[in-house]
Design a protein around this ligand. Structure first.
Ligand code: ZN
Length: 369
């Protein structure tokens, strides 16, 4: 049996984002919500872990916590003045640190732990302790810039973990595939001029953040050609996302030949996510995981790490996450996705798909894939 690591820590669920809701500007004509929490609240993550437990899958995983990322780890990616400001706000009751980045007391230490889970997952796969691993990191990281938080992200979890693995374990080329519905602008920014880290983002065109994520942004300097954006039309479903994987992501991985593959694993492209307008279901996530798993086996001895990003449907993130973990571990539980048929019947018709395929083909041609 293969060894699949699952890195999580209850303390990551204690990061507080307050009661402010993201989907509507409360006030004016908008009645404040009745007890509804911020979209990025612990429930989706906790229910995902709970379903792993009650389905019995957890007993087949190597469940571990990790040490927080150290200051040295954080400083490989972040500006000292930013970390000082973040720590100060965290020590003084919390507040708003950046664009859509509310935090509570102690969030600095929790975010360091969240990054530490990603570091430990990568370390375990590189040293052979695990064949593949998942880090249930919270808060997420893919929007975070070296000197600014945004979009619920306070530390760039994946870059922090990559840079630590490069410094301590000498890993060479790394590919990051970001299938969160929002653009992975932070990861793109950090590696835009680097040729040793390939960054690929599949996302809803023009969703968040505004002004990022165009297909013409392909990297510069040493990083020319090592940044790939695949903006998809709102409403894209299972077929279009899998087509993008086959037509662009897998050939780009084969061309780059990474030593490690990391997935920025968001679930907000699911059909019932409040912050995205896509139509994926749990089998989509299983299929995408299978594809990157096959690529990892062909290219880098199976070294694959998933790091949790977004996903805001309390009801549905657990089923999408379970499908990913079943595929990663090779163990199928008895759990049936109760929403699968409902979402399958809402998939776009062929006329939509043909337009979307043509756009993906155009991106691929521009990338010479
Ligand atoms: Zn997202």
């Amino acid at each position: 049996m293969n060894k699949t690591g699952f890195f999580y820590d209850e303390r990551c669920f204690w990061h507080s984002t307050g009661l402010h809701v993201v989907t509507l500007p409360v006030g004016g004509w908008v009645q404040p919500p009745s007890g509804a929490a911020h979209a990025e609240n612990p429930e989706t993550k906790r229910r995902f872990k709970n379903l792993l437990d009650v389905s019995g899958l957890s007993s087949h995983l190597r469940n571990m916590s990790a040490a927080p990322a150290s200051e040295t780890d954080l400083l490989r990616v972040h500006e000292p003045h930013y970390l000082t400001r973040f720590k100060y706000l965290s020590d003084h009751g919390g507040g708003l640190l950046g664009d859509e980045a509310p935090l509570g007391p102690g969030s600095y230490e929790i975010a360091s732990l969240s990054a530490g889970l990603a570091c430990a997952a990568i370390e375990a796969v590189l040293n052979g302790e695990c064949d593949q691993a998942y880090a249930l990191s919270r808060p997420p990281g893919h929007h975070c810039l070296p000197d600014a938080s945004m979009g619920f992200c306070f530390l760039a979890n994946i870059p922090i973990a990559i840079e630590r693995a490069k410094a301590l374990q000498g890993v060479g080329k790394v590919a990051v595939i970001d299938w969160d519905v929002h653009h992975g602008n932070g990861t793109q920014h950090i590696y835009y001029q680097r040729g040793d880290v390939l960054t690929i983002s599949l996302h809803q065109d023009g969703c968040f953040p505004a002004g990022y994520g165009g297909e013409m942004d392909t990297g510069c300097g040493e990083g020319a050609g090592a940044n790939i954006n695949i903006p998809l039309m709102a409403g894209a479903g299972n077929e279009a996302w899998l087509y993008a994987m086959d037509r662009i992501v897998l050939p780009a991985l084969a061309r780059f030949k990474p030593d490690l593959i990391i997935v920025a694993c968001g679930y907000d492209a699911s059909a019932i996510d409040p912050l995205g307008r896509m139509l994926l279901h749990s089998e989509s996530y299983r299929s995408m995981t299978r594809k990157v798993q096959q690529a990892a086996r062909a290219l880098c001895s199976g070294r694959l790490v998933m790091v949790h990003e977004g996903g805001y449907s309390e009801a549905y993130v657990p089923f999408c996450g379970l499908a990913v973990m079943e595929q990663l571990s090779g163990i199928k539980t008895d759990v049936a996705d109760p929403l699968l048929a409902f979402i399958e019947q809402q998939q776009p018709r062929d006329t939509f798909n043909r337009v979307q395929y043509a756009l993906i083909d155009e991106y691929a041609r521009n990338l010479q894939l």
